[in-house]
Design a protein around this ligand. Sequence first.
Ligand SMILES: Cc1cn([C@H]2C[C@H](O)[C@@H](COP(=O)(O)OP(=O)(O)O[C@H]3O[C@H](C)C(=O)[C@H](O)[C@H]3O)O2)c(=O)[nH]c1=O
Length: 187
Amino acid sequence: MKIEQTKLSGVLVLTPKIFNDERGFFYESYSKNSFLEHGVNHDFIQDNHSYSRDKYTFRGLHYQMNPKAQTTLIRVVSGEIMDFAVDLRKNSPTYGQYTSVLLSAENHKQLLIPKGFAHGFLTLTDNVNILYKMDDIYAPEYDRILNVRDHQVDIKLGVDFDKITIAKKDEKAPMLENIENNFIYIK
Ligand SMILES: Cc1cn([C@H]2C[C@H](O)[C@@H](COP(=O)(O)OP(=O)(O)O[C@H]3O[C@H](C)C(=O)[C@H](O)[C@H]3O)O2)c(=O)[nH]c1=O
């Protein structure tokens, strides 16, 4: 497994070793030992699966506040997405900045997003299935949303917003200056 840093400390791009043969392919989609060998230690306790029917569906930017903040390990098993993480850790040198990574069933890449970040993705094909691991349970009372159209973060979606399928709760979410946020950056 190859691990690459992004400009946001703690957000990692993982590329597993794929074993291809005449039948198809095999790879270890998650290995705690491989993570530990790279100094990455999370205890995932919940697997999620989301399916988005249409191209240009946006889900996010979601996060759970402390004490129920979650680390996310996401991969795409059909289709393609542009995945986004936004740094919400106060005092972080990259506070309010985002990174984006193309994840697809073809490139097998995964994104590890630690606690303290908002997460979202834009589907780039129809019929996108994503699987992701979380290291804490779903806690709706701590669930919050950052508006993907926040001007400070200035996420470039690359498609007119009126072409995007998005849940009303995401479309009407608060901007960065108005969100509830209790993440603190620890150097
Ligand atoms: C996240 C979650 C949701 N649900 C229920 C609650 C709702 O009735 C239904 C749909 O939830 P939601 O609209 O929040 O699903 P997404 O918009 O895909 O949200 C997810 O997508 C963004 C990109 C994320 O990173 C989070 O994993 C998560 O917030 O599933 C559960 O029962 N358990 C869960 O862990």
